[in-house]
Design a protein around this ligand. Structure first.
Ligand code: PBG
Length: 332
């Protein structure tokens, strides 16, 4: 009988690294990675983030140096988050020509001309209330009144050189509004990569600390997705594509691999998964305690995200992964 042990032995294809590499289904290279960078309006050039060891809030010039160093390791895509000093109810800082994200975009473009610059579009770090939409007096978070603000922000980032804008607010209709606004402003080549599926998650904790963007009151469950749902994720993705999305993003990554799988299979559109701040922090905390090897854990995670169907992996460990890959970690 064939097709069964002892004629069939799956270990034959695992005997050496060369045969493992030859038969491997999934690949991972620095070109698949997106490195998030926080850019502050003021403060020291590199402010270390307590919750995210090895990560910083940069000044624009220091962010450009960091991007240059990452590019030398093969990482050429960056996701920028601006951290402005002044916040108000109308998110005025979001469209400041000399705002932190805008300055960062120009500085990184000068340092790494062929980089892919992705700018996160959202109100939470730009408003005094810290919500991703516009709070109303009845305590709810308004949707439609946020759309012109998000659109103006996206246009301002495109003006400063963003190749891609990534709305993370989860307001309904924002992709269409932003697409239309970009086209009207002459930015028809600027791509839109919405966070199509963004769960209301406990894993964003260190990020909110980094950007000081936690909501002043309430939480984000009336706009971010409920972790109990999967079909809704497909509806979100379908709607965003109908509104003109060029790519899709899913987050958090590790708790949404089923969604990454379904979306990448169903739509065949370049899909990114975001290994978020809390996921990064967990690996770093375990490594610092000596419980695991951070390089191996980050590479394994990125491979699993790719295996689920993501083309792009957004990760704070991008440089670390690139260095490990360049050093041959997979074959070791
Ligand atoms: C802004 C935004 C958040 C993240 C990306 N964009 C935080 C949030 O929704 O509260 C989280 C990223 C991370 O945790 O690494 N809306």
């Amino acid at each position: 009988m064939t097709g069964a042990f002892p004629q069939l032995r799956l270990r034959r294809l695992r005997r050496t690294e060369t045969i493992r590499a030859l038969t491997a289904e999934t690949s991972l290279g620095p070109a698949n990675l997106v490195y998030p960078l926080f850019i502050a309006e003021s403060g020291p050039p590199r402010h270390p983030l307590a919750g995210m060891p090895g990560q910083y809030r940069f000044g624009a010039a220091a962010a450009a140096e960091e991007a240059r160093a990452a590019a030398d390791e093969g990482v050429t895509a960056f996701l920028l988050f601006g951290v402005p000093d002044k916040r108000d109810s109308a998110a005025a800082a979001a469209t400041n020509h000399d705002g932190p994200a805008q300055n960062g975009l120009r500085a990184i473009r000068a340092a790494v001309p062929d980089s892919v610059l992705i700018a996160d579009v959202c109100l939470c770090a730009y408003t005094d209330h810290g919500h991703c939409g516009v709070p109303r007096s009845d305590g709810t978070v308004g949707n439609d009144e946020a759309l012109p603000l998000l659109t103006a922000q996206a246009v301002s980032f495109a003006d400063a050189g963003a190749d891609v804008v990534a709305p993370s607010d989860m307001m309904d209709g924002r992709v269409a509004a932003i697409r239309e606004g970009l086209d009207r402003a002459g930015h028809s080549h600027t791509a839109v990569m919405p966070y199509a599926v963004k769960y209301a998650s406990a894993f964003y904790g260190p990020f909110r600390e980094a950007c000081d963007s936690a909501p002043g009151s309430g939480d984000r469950r009336s706009y971010q997705m409920d972790v109990r749902n999967t079909d809704e994720a497909l509806r979100e993705a379908r709607l965003d594509l109908a509104e003109g999305a060029d790519m899709l993003m899913v987050k958090p990554a590790m708790t949404s691999l089923d969604i990454v799988r379904r979306i990448s299979r169903q739509f065949g559109v370049p899909t990114a998964a975001y290994h978020v701040s809390g996921e990064y922090a967990m690996v770093m905390a375990a490594a610092e305690q000596g419980h695991l090897d951070a390089d191996l854990a980050f590479v394994e995670t990125a491979l699993a995200i790719r295996r689920a169907g993501a083309r792009m992996v957004v990760t704070y460990a991008a440089r670390r992964i690139a260095r490990a890959l360049n050093g041959g970690i997979i074959g070791r």
